[in-house]
Write a protein that binds this ligand. Structure first.
Ligand SMILES: [Zn+2]
Length: 353
C-alpha cells in the first residue's frame, strides 16, 4: 500500500511524524495535496493537555473516526482527486478548507447555522488532517482561492474566519471602539479584521510584550499588559464611556473581568476563546448595564468573504507568520516552540519542504 508522511497524535506530548496510509475519497469527498498548514491553539491544547476534541473513547458519529489522529485543520493546497458525485470543484483547483463537519440530520442545516449542528467536529481533530502530504475532506468544506493568493495566505483563511465571524457577530459598526483580550493568532487577526471593518480605536491586552508589539504592527492603537489592574479605568479615560465591543480571545477570569468592566453600557462581548475553566459572572451588573453576551463557535457562511478580503490586500494575514518549518520539525520547532516561546505567533508547516 502507498504511504505518506504525517504528524499523528497518539497522546498528550506524543505526536509522531511517521508513515501512514494515503487516504482515498468516497463519492462525496475531495482529496487535496496539502501545500501549507498552520498550527492552531487548539492543536497546541491537544498536544499539551489532550485529548479534548480527538475521539478516543468512542468513534466520531459523523465518520466513525477514532484514536490516533493526523492533526492539521488550517490549510490550503491543490485538489488532486474528486469523488464521482462532487460538483463545482475539479482536479487542479487551488483551495482553502473550512474544516467544520456538518451533521446532515441536524435541524441547524436547514437554517444555515451549520456550525451549530452536533456533534461538533473538525478535520484534523475528528478526522485525519493536513499535517500530511494528502488529506481527504467533505465536498462542502472546500473553497476555491484566487490564483494570485498564496498558499501561505490560504492556510490562514481558517483562523481569519474565526476572527471575522467574531467581529461580524459583535455587530461592530464603523467608528466603534473595540477591546480584544489576548494577542495570540486569533486576537491579532481580530485586530486586523476590526481595522478593515472601520474600528476607530483598537485596544488589546496580553502578557507578552512581543505579542503586544506585533499587535501595534498590525493595527492596534493601544496595548496593555494584561496584569495591569487599571485597564478599564484607562480605557474609560480614552473613550469617555468604555468600548462598544469586547472580544475575549484569552478566555480566563481576569480577561473576562477586564473586558466586562471596560465595556460601555449597552456594549457587546463576544466570547471567542475556548475557556478551559468556568468563570464567575455578575449577571445583575449586565442586566443593569444592558450588556449583550454572545458566544461563537468556529464560523459559518463567511469563508468566501474572508478569502476576498485577504485577496484585496486589506487583511494582510501573512504578517502573523513567525516561522515556516518542515513536517519533520513539527514537534520541536512547532508545538514545543509555541508552548515555550511567546514571541511565536503563527507557525506554518511547508508540507513539501
Ligand atoms: Zn484552529
Amino acid at each position: 500500500m502507498a504511504t505518506m508522511k504525517a504528524a499523528r497524535w497518539y497522546a498528550a506530548k506524543d505526536i509522531r511524524v511517521e508513515e501512514t496510509s494515503i487516504p482515498t475519497p468516497n463519492s462525496k469527498q475531495i482529496k487535496i495535496g496539502v501545500k501549507f498548514a498552520g498550527i492552531c491553539g487548539s492543536d497546541l491544547h491537544e498536544y499539551n493537555h489532550g485529548p479534548q476534541l480527538i475521539p478516543i473513547d468512542k468513534p466520531y458519529l459523523l465518520n466513525g473516526h477514532q484514536g490516533v489522529t493526523t492533526l492539521g485543520h488550517e490549510f490550503a493546497g491543490v485538489v488532486v482527486e474528486i469523488g464521482k458525485d462532487v460538483t463545482g470543484i475539479k482536479k487542479g483547483d487551488r483551495v482553502a478548507v473550512e474544516p467544520i463537519f456538518r451533521n446532515p440530520e441536524s435541524p441547524f442545516i436547514a437554517t444555515g447555522e451549520y456550525n451549530l449542528s452536533d456533534p461538533l467536529g473538525f478535520v484534523g481533530l475528528t478526522a485525519n488532517g493536513a499535517f500530511a502530504k494528502y488529506v481527504v475532506v467533505e465536498d462542502y468544506m472546500v473553497h476555491k482561492v484566487p490564483d494570485n493568493m498564496t498558499f501561505e495566505q490560504g492556510a490562514i483563511v481558517e483562523p481569519a474566519a474565526v476572527a471575522a465571524y467574531g467581529i461580524q457577530q459583535s455587530g461592530m459598526k464603523m467608528g466603534d471602539t473595540v477591546l480584544i483580550t489576548g494577542a495570540g493568532p486569533i486576537g491579532l487577526l481580530t485586530v486586523q479584521v476590526a481595522l478593515a471593518s472601520g474600528a476607530s480605536q483598537i485596544f488589546i491586552t496580553d502578557l507578552s510584550e512581543n505579542r503586544l508589539k506585533k499587535a501595534k504592527e498590525v493595527g492596534a492603537t493601544h496595548t496593555f499588559d494584561a496584569r495591569d489592574k487599571d485597564i478599564p479605568q484607562k480605557i474609560r479615560e480614552i473613550t469617555g464611556n468604555g468600548v462598544d465591543v469586547f472580544i475575549d480571545a484569552a478566555g480566563v477570569q481576569a480577561s473576562f473581568d477586564t473586558g466586562i468592566k471596560s465595556l460601555r453600557n449597552g456594549g457587546t462581548v463576544v466570547l471567542v476563546a475556548l475557556f478551559s475553566r468556568e468563570v464567575t459572572d455578575d449577571a445583575l451588573d449586565h442586566a443593569l448595564r444592558e450588556l449583550t453576551i454572545k458566544g461563537i463557535i468556529g464560523y459559518r457562511n463567511i469563508f468566501p468573504k474572508v478569502i476576498a478580503l485577504i485577496n484585496s490586500g486589506r487583511l494582510p494575514v501573512e504578517k502573523l507568520i513567525t516561522n515556516v518549518i518542515s513536517l519533520d520539525e513539527i514537534v520541536e520547532k512547532g508545538f514545543e516552540a509555541l508552548t515555550q516561546d511567546p514571541s511565536e505567533v503563527k507557525i506554518l508547516v511547508d508540507i513539501n519542504r
